[in-house]
Write a protein that binds this ligand. Sequence first.
Ligand code: NAD
Ligand code: IPM
Ligand code: MN
Length: 356
Amino acid sequence: MTKKIAVLAGDGIGPEIVAEAVKVLNAFKQDGLDIELEYGLIGGAAYDETGSPLPEETLQMAKQADAILLGAVGGYKWESLDISVRPEKGLLGIRSQLNLFANLRPALLYPQLADASTLKPEVVSGLDLMIVRELTGGIYFGQPRGIRILENGEKEGYNTLVYRESEINRIGRVAFDIARKRQSRVCSVDKANVLECTELWRETMTALSKDYADVELSHMYVDNAAMQLVRAPKQFDVMVTTNMFGDILSDCASMLTGSIGMLPSASLDENGKGMYEPIHGSAPDIAGQNIANPLATILSAAMMLRYTLDQPAFADRIESAVSKVLDQGLRTADIFSAGMTRVTTAEMGDAVVAAL
Ligand code: NAD
Ligand code: IPM
Ligand code: MN
């Protein structure tokens, strides 16, 4: 049966990088991949057109699709808007409305890029880490939130960090299940020495680990985890953490792989339906120049084929094609190093298609 994919390019470099992932997906049609792409508006582009960063039409399209491919949202143009209609609210809204609570962010170093990392090759070579980030709860969504005026006239901003046991258990299960297919080690990252909410996180993870006697569970405070990611990242197999900590640690981990332009992600619901997007943003500083790295988005399409469309062979082909173009020495600006061939966003996409 034809699988429907909602394509939401968004803002900034979003349309440029999504176009390359679409090229790759379309190239598989001749080999029997039965997909139909539908295009929708999200983020600033949607706000400009409709007054909402997540129009009802887009939400319905996303709900009815089998999978969603997203570029990125946000940009200077919309920074002064009220936070309730900012482009980022569109992304948060779709994650929450579709219940995409499990965000998988794999940091895998392609050996060809060992020199592109800012860390020494011996520190990062062989890196293969999976960050499992809770995506629909925590401080991103907790109530109450806002900015209020105090009696003395001063303003006060506030947000609430909140997790229920059920939310911790379901993201914990995702992490333990993934670890079973890898090296069977989970490191749960929290701030249990200061925050009650993550004290509960730690207790709940520990209790859950009784169901996974074959998986080794360790705990780490988030500040130490950030340091360890840079000091000795290969100590980690699976990291599981809260929404905000996962946001920060995954940007940090991306640099271990050479560039934030290399890190894909999957955001999954309880049934394996998913949205797929690079972890980076709309990169307004380089938008419209055809220089952004499309590989994170192309690799996100591979995750879509693997996790939602049940087409692991096509996913494998994308991942080996990416490896091949790196072998050919092709590099966008962000991963460029001496002796390599510098290519544009579109040339990189074309090269991946040619290497499939
Ligand atoms: P960013 O990830 O967009 O960019 C950070 C830096 O990385 C920039 O210098 C950028 O040029 C570079 N970069 C990012 N992706 C790249 C790529 N594919 N190739 C080469 N270089 C790349 O983060 P930011 O600058 O903090 O945020 C910019 C906007 O994006 C903001 O509006 C932010 O809210 C939004 N944002 C959106 C998402 C998303 O849609 N998932 C994620 C993060 C940030
Ligand atoms: C990400 C982004 C988003 C987040 C923003 C744009 C809402 O940084 O996908 O990592 O914080 O989750
Ligand atoms: Mn982020």
